[in-house]
Design a protein around this ligand. Structure first.
Ligand code: TRP
Length: 469
């Protein structure tokens, strides 16, 4: 499409637009797809999705999850990205800029977003720290035991050791800072573009290994046999919550990334591809994990213990298991990296634009604040194990506050703002790239969904998060 290419060239060389070129952005359509997908693909795919699917009725849950990503996830993602691209600014500035009246405090959505980014990062960097530690532990052979009791002890030793917990978290923070400092295109885009294909290859290799084990079919049954009786209303609601977490929604990540999208990027098709690819990774992760778990007769556990206790024992049971184990934690670290970069970028973009700090200093300040807040999560299983608020350790509290309160509220306000305040005319322009794309009917469908269906569904999720049902 020569017309669009011209447009973006004009955009970049236009001196009036220098602030946007100074902020940087994604450099190619493929790079944009990879960076955005890199945000969605994360630890959520590797244990949240498989274990929730297994617990909540297999294929029945997957169907509900699919519907949730279509009618809640995608509309929120499209809204965030189109508004970020329009404003070409961090999430707080975007909301302020697009607000029809300066007296309406829509920028508070952005503030909540930056805040949630800190909360999510605080515990996410800790889990990522364990994953990084496990790469080395699996290389050294320290995890090679078929006895879950021994692998469980190895995990307990790690999380209850305050120094080790902090150290691994700081290593992760330092690594992410180094990538973020390099910039949006040379840092985030270049990194995710390299890591995602490798991740995919390793995941496929492990899935094939698992599927070819004798007794693998039981794992397939666990994952895919639809059991509509375990599809309770709570399970339906948690499928929606998962869609939210999986696609990095409701707290400014996608708004920030949208501000780096090129003007000729097709937002509806890009987001659809991200959603489908993310789903593929989740399903592959399920195939990499459950057939092997069942083949060796292990109990299915959920949460961190599936990842850090059961999986090492499973790999220790198979021939050449140590190689697969290293691969597994390597790919998990790649997944976590793309997700963390997108979380990190939210406060960095804000600080670099709204304060006098440059990108490097903004990154260092963010890393420092994260180390500070994150240390309370890192020490949740050791020094601060008895320090609880509402009966939750800081680790659990951050998880709960961000996933059950801040993100759904953020998502709800974002779709209400997009559908009812920013308005139809702006949406049509944004999603058709000013009329260049002939996707009128698709956009009409989007407008109906974003105005009515998504807000209603989201309110249900939120009431569930607050324990009303
Ligand atoms: N989507 C990532 C995962 O599945 C996590 C994540 C990254 C995230 N950025 C986010 C979650 C923003 C919520 C909001 O692991």
């Amino acid at each position: 499409m020569p017309v669009t290419i011209n447009e973006s060239t004009v955009e970049q060389t236009n001196p009036a637009n220098s602030s946007s070129s100074q902020r940087g952005g994604f450099s190619s359509a493929l790079g944009t797809l990879f960076a955005t997908l890199g945000s969605a693909v994360g630890l959520g795919n590797i244990w949240k999705f498989p274990s929730m699917t297994g617990e909540n009725g297999g294929a029945a849950f997957i169907i509900v999850y699919l519907l949730s990503t279509l009618f809640v996830g995608l509309p929120v993602m499209i809204s965030e990205i189109m508004m970020g691209r329009k404003a070409r600014a961090n999430v707080i500035k975007t909301m302020r800029q697009l607000s029809p009246s300066k007296s309406q405090p829509w920028w508070l959505i952005g503030v909540a977003g930056v805040l949630s980014a800190f909360l999510i990062m605080a515990f996410y960097t800790e889990v990522a720290g364990w994953v990084f530690a496990y790469i080395f532990k699996s290389i050294s052979g320290g995890l090679l035991s078929t006895d879950p009791q021994i692998t469980s002890q190895a995990f307990v030793d790690l999380v209850t050791n305050p120094l080790q917990s902090l150290l691994w978290q700081w290593i992760v923070l330092a690594l992410m800072s180094l990538i973020i400092i390099r910039g949006v295109s040379k840092g985030i885009e270049a990194t995710t573009k390299r890591l995602l294909p490798l991740l995919l290859v390793m995941l496929v290799v492990i899935a094939i290994r698992g599927l070819t084990l004798p007794g693998a079919s039981q794992g397939l049954n666990f994952l895919f046999k639809p059991d509509f009786s375990s599809l309770t209303s709570a399970a339906i609601l948690s499928a929606m919550g998962l869609a939210f977490f999986k696609l990095s929604l409701g707290m400014g990540t996608m708004t920030t990334y949208g501000s780096y999208f090129k003007d000729d990027q097709n937002i509806p098709t890009t987001t659809l591809r991200v959603m489908l690819s993310d789903l593929t990774v989740s399903l592959l992760a399920g195939l990499a994990i459950f057939p092997a778990v069942f083949a060796f007769g292990f109990e299915v556990t959920s949460g961190p213990s599936l990842l850090f206790i059961t999986i090492p024992s499973v790999f220790a049971s198979m021939p050449f298991g140590s190689i697969f184990m290293v691969m597994f934690f390597l790919l998990a670290s790649f997944a976590a990296t793309g997700a963390m970069l997108s979380l990190f970028e939210v406060p960095v973009a804000f600080l670099a634009e709204n304060t006098r700090l440059n990108r490097t200093k903004a990154t260092i300040l963010t890393a420092f604040l994260l180390a500070l807040i994150g240390s309370t999560a890192a020490l949740s299983s050791s020094t601060l194990a008895d320090f609880t608020i509402f009966g939750k350790t800081m680790f659990d509290l951050f998880d709960f506050l961000s996933s059950n309160i801040l993100m759904p509220i953020g998502g709800l306000f974002i779709v209400i703002f997009a559908g009812w305040f920013w308005g139809e005319k702006n949406i049509r322009k944004a999603l058709s790239n000013n009329g260049l794309l002939k996707n009128e009917r698709l956009v009409t469908l989007f407008i109906v969904i974003v105005k009515y269906l998504t807000p209603i569904l989201l309110i249900v999720v939120m009431l569930n998060g607050l324990g009303v049902f």
